[in-house]
Design a protein around this ligand. Structure first.
Ligand SMILES: Cc1ncc(COP(=O)(O)O)c(C=O)c1O
Length: 441
């Protein structure tokens, strides 16, 4: 079936569903709900747990080899090492380093890049605490840029923040949507600035055929419960640059370069320096290996559901969605609908909830310049170098990104789940077709 035929067939199917015609009374006004029991998206990766994760865990238990570098037996354990090799292959990068969390991955990447006191890093105002924390914990200064209607950093708002001290742009691929790398990378190159891709919320997403994380100087991923694949906690750092890899490997393991990484690099080039312990254990490594081998299936499932919802509502008069720079690479974590003002958006959310199809605004991140601890520039020590320079003292965060606040209040939509059935997505379509025209009439 051609794409257009598919879209009209999906819209026709949705229109045939009771409650989809737009004439029935809304549940919020006392009418019958599309769904009696509210539909709720679950965590993705854990729904795919099966015999393969179980076997990985049991093998670590039975061989009593939970530590990645050594254990009983003459050969070193291999689960984390295999995970790193397969992850690098999947993300089309030369190197991958497993760490304990996405936050640890960010700290490892920022330190691998040599970012420190006196340096400035541009990041989107809407992202997770860890992005800001990794910059401040390295002693550098965070500088916020606005997001656009993709909820990712607005490429048009980057250049005005660049100073001679700017060393890094954090391109964060938020809520399954790839950031517009074709616009971000040339700006960075023009000014000699590095790019870190934060793919924590988009593991398995791509941009114009390239896996997210493989386009900048360094990429990071989170494998925590809310992410595409998971062992509860976990993280990854990827790069094509051997020096960045060696610095990251050393930083994540108290400055040491272990045999397996040394061999990959055909010999380290650097002296030891102060580092952390962010090593991943073999239990997590085994579960993540089993999960990684299912990544493409999970991505296909979630994308398929998102495409069904988009196709079923795309023809509604005036409907507009979150901007997606490369729709083929989007994961489809949610289908966000745009409203002209936040009051309309609030009415939509209320009416959808009454239909048994909860719709929410953008989530999983925070409006960082609005956080009291950010406004106060609170640090673990009052002499923290991020904020003791003249620039660090003068920078004001409160109210610095008003457009971000406005955008976040004007989008809402149903969150999706890779295991939603055809009936579930048909109900989502029916609820949007019932509610959206009335709310916007
Ligand atoms: C954009 C982003 N970066 C980094 C992280 C940190 O990942 P973790 O929770 O694994 O530390 C998160 C977590 O949600 C995130 O959303």
């Amino acid at each position: 079936m051609k794409r257009r035929q598919f879209i009209s067939a999906a819209a026709a199917a949705a229109a045939a569903i009771p409650g989809a015609s737009g004439e029935e009374k809304l549940a919020v006004d006392g009418g019958a709900a599309v769904r009696q029991k509210a539909l709720r998206a679950d965590f993705w990766g854990t729904q795919y747990y099966d015999q393969r994760e179980r076997e990985q865990l049991l093998e670590v238990l039975e061989t009593r080899r939970p530590f990645r570098w050594y254990g009983s037996g003459s050969e070193p354990p291999k689960k984390v090492a295999t995970l790193e090799r397969e992850f690098a292959q999947r993300m089309q990068t030369r190197y991958a380093l497993a760490v304990t969390s996405g936050t640890a991955a960010l700290q490892t990447a920022v330190n691998a890049l040599g970012i420190g006191p006196g340096d400035e890093v541009i990041l989107p105002a809407w992202t997770w605490h860890s992005c800001y924390a990794a910059i401040v914990l390295a002693g550098a200064l965070p500088v916020f840029a606005e997001i656009d209607e993709s909820f990712n950093i607005d490429p048009d708002d980057i250049e005005r923040h660049i100073t001679p001290q700017t060393k890094l742009i954090m391109a964060v691929h938020l809520q399954g949507c790839p950031a517009d790398m074709d616009r971000i990378l040339p700006i960075a190159r023009k000014h000699g600035i590095r790019v870190l891709e934060d793919c924590a919320q988009s593991v398995g997403g791509s941009y114009k055929g390239r896996p997210v994380g493989s386009m900048g100087d360094i990429g990071i991923y989170s494998l925590q419960l809310n992410k595409t694949i998971t062992a509860g906690e976990g993280g990854m750092v990827v790069t094509n640059d051997p020096i960045l890899f060696e610095r990251g490997a050393r930083f994540h393991d108290v400055g040491a370069l272990r045999t397996i990484h040394n061999d990959m690099l055909t010999g380290g080039k650097l002296d030891p320096f102060v580092g952390c312990n962010f090593r991943l254990n073999e239990f997590s490594g085994g579960v993540l290996l089993a999960q990684l081998r299912k990544l493409d299936r999970i991505v296909a499932d979630i994308r398929g559901n998102a495409q069904r919802v988009y196709a079923g509502v795309r023809d509604l008069n005036g409907i507009r969605f979150r901007t997606v720079p490369d729709p083929a690479g989007e994961l489809g974590a949610a289908v966000f609908i745009r409203f002209d003002d936040s009051a309309l958006c609030t009415r939509f959310k209320k009416a959808m909830r009454a239909e048994g199809i909860p719709a929410d605004g953008p989530g999983g991140s925070v409006n960082l310049p609005a956080q009291p601890y950010v406004i106060r520039k609170a640090t673990v020590h009052p002499g923290w170098p991020s904020f003791t320079t003249a620039r660090g003292k003068s920078i004001q965060y409160e109210g610095c990104c008003p457009r971000t606040t406005d955008i976040l209040g004007r989008f809402a939509g149903p969150y999706l789940d890779p295991k939603f059935t055809a009936r579930d997505t048909a109900d989502i379509v029916a609820a949007i077709r019932k509610v959206y025209p009335r709310i916007t009439a």
